[in-house]
Design a protein around this ligand. Sequence first.
Ligand code: GDP
Ligand code: MG
Length: 370
Amino acid sequence: PESITVQELANRMAVRGADVIKCLMRLGVMASINQNIDADTAELVVTEFGHNMKRVSEADVLVGLEGDVDTDENLISRPPVVTIMGHVDHGKTSLLDALRETDVVSGEAGGITQHIGAYQVTMSTGGKITFIDTPGHEAFTAMRARGAKVTDIVVLVVAADDGIMPQTVEAIRHARAAQVPIIVAINKIDKPEANSNKVRQELLQHELVTEDLGGDVLAIEVSAKKRLNLEKLEEAILLQAEILDLKANPERVGQGVVIEAKMEKGRGSVATVLVQKGTLKVGDVFVAGAEWGRVRALVDDHGASIKEAGPSTPVEVLGLQGTPSAGDDFIAVEDEARAREIAGYRQRMDREAKAKLEQRGTLEEMFTAI
Ligand code: GDP
Ligand code: MG
């Protein structure tokens, strides 16, 4: 029987995943964002949205663009997207910097790196890995709260001289909740007081059983400072990616998630997006959260202007009319009218939600006053 994930259904309708989940709840169906629902339920949801948002349904956003179907032939391997997490001072930033320098392409291009919130490393073997450059559990949870699944793999940094600390445990919890596999980078092994066996034992207590202890968790001893075993860590990431069998169809319209967005003097609203499916091209009209725009320019993590960006590529997008939020979804649509319509609809929904919240606020104030 045919089925579709809640996320995919939301994408097809160009509405938020959370709104679809709410709609499903009204229909008595409890489903999470990555869960499959059957075609009948999906149809119900679609009609629900049709009733509730007349304009959008007239405009027929419900029907995916022609050719936007994933088949065995058009699904091809894509690079893994990695987030680095761990306790403060265990070396997240140092490791991100060190890994960035392993990129063979930036060497050729003269080593200019742009900090756009994410970067891609091309290894000497040709393998590619995308790193989200905004470590921190808040960014991770904020994005997840918006229904965005950005990360394929979490690299958990644990300093070998310090061991598992509260934020390490928190990171493990986040990764588990998001059902993202963990690779452990035991960092600072250059330090004389480093004790990686102790780290492995502590990991055991959190049900992370490393390979040498008979489990399947990959743990690599590294030093971000002395640039030790970085390739080994990257190979472990690619191995994990292979197990995950990550694939995407580059032949459909570009869609993905906003990693960060800001107003910049002289450039307007600039968003770094991670393309997850399809290919985003200069000239494309798109919706990002409750904002829309037309891609005026695409800038990669080396500061180079590019014409298009495929799956797992982080890219800066110029041409937005407003500034979306981190974690907002991003999708190219057929034309400006459609883009305005969807953005307008979402802005109205946001305003209504806000008004409701404020109303509730005043009610609560009334009750506490009593
Ligand atoms: P973050 O808070 O997790 O981002 O940690 P940082 O990357 O800022 O690193 C915290 C401190 O640990 C800094 O003083 C780094 O220089 C140091 N550090 C990071 N990695 C290593 C390492 O591999 N070896 C040693 N000896 N020090 C490191
Ligand atoms: Mg840091």
